[in-house]
Design a protein. Structure first.
Length: 240
């Protein structure tokens, strides 16, 4: 039975656990060949373990039986390693080396409400996540001529990071884990990678359980201008 991502190759970073793991498994289940990339670090960022990535590859291969996944433990934090990750896709699945040459492809970035809306005590994290939204928007604009798309998702999903937030009872954590699962986000990521989403780019989506919603984006809504000796106000609608 054909999958909606047959013939496509995907690179999933942070794919050893949480949303990344669910995304890699979902993409493979829908026909994609997947590079499962994860450095295997602790939630605080230390350490390096090949186990998580290899375990996800084993799960995918066992479920599909077609060798649809390969592990990679390089970090996207270094330029050279980022190139190795892409090369892993090329070497293992005959993927074309650049989206521009094939005039197709898509990016799906993970942002956060900590940046889009704001969050107490998360200044550094919020700034980084809002920067990702800006990066995605600029990629969408720059690469539109090559038919390359870029979108963002601000997920609500249980993860190791959420478990570290103080003041939560076991009951609260369990309820949240059941209500906001990583596979909810993975379903939208899989759709954004299909040809059915060919016209979707430069957008920011939210996923919370069974809900998918679209964020508005910063636009001028009111202008004050001095013309001669008079000052006037006027409102303006949001434009794309």
């Amino acid at each position: 039975m054909a999958g909606m991502l047959d013939g496509k190759v995907a690179v999933v970073t942070g794919a050893g656990r949480g949303i990344g793991r669910a995304t890699a498994i979902t993409l493979a289940a829908n026909g994609a060949k997947v590079v499962v990339c994860d450095v295997g670090a602790a939630v605080t960022g230390e350490g390096h373990d090949v186990g998580p990535a290899q375990q996800v590859v084993a799960e995918i291969d066992q479920a599909n039986g077609k060798g649809r996944a390969v592990a990679n433990t390089d970090s996207v934090a270094e330029w050279e390693n980022a190139q190795k990750i892409v090369q892993t896709a090329i070497d293992n699945f005959a993927a074309v080396p650049h989206f521009r040459k094939q005039e197709s492809g898509c990016f799906v970035h993970i942002t956060s409400t900590s940046g889009l809306i704001g969050s107490v005590g998360q200044t550094n994290y919020g700034a980084a996540k809002l920067g990702i939204a800006g990066l995605s928007r600029c990629i969408a604009m720059d690469m539109q001529r090559y038919k390359i798309r870029s979108n963002c998702i601000g997920p609500h999903a249980f993860s190791r990071m959420i478990e570290t937030v103080p003041g939560q009872s076991e009951e609260q954590l369990k309820a949240r884990a059941e209500r906001t699962r990583p596979d909810h986000i993975a379903q939208l990521i899989a759709f954004l990678g299909t040809d059915a989403a060919a016209e979707v780019s430069g957008q920011i989506f939210g996923v919370r359980g069974n809900e998918v919603y679209l964020y508005n984006q910063p636009r001028p809504i009111r202008i004050v201008a001095r013309t001669g000796r008079r000052r006037s106000w006027r409102s303006t609608g949001c434009r794309r």
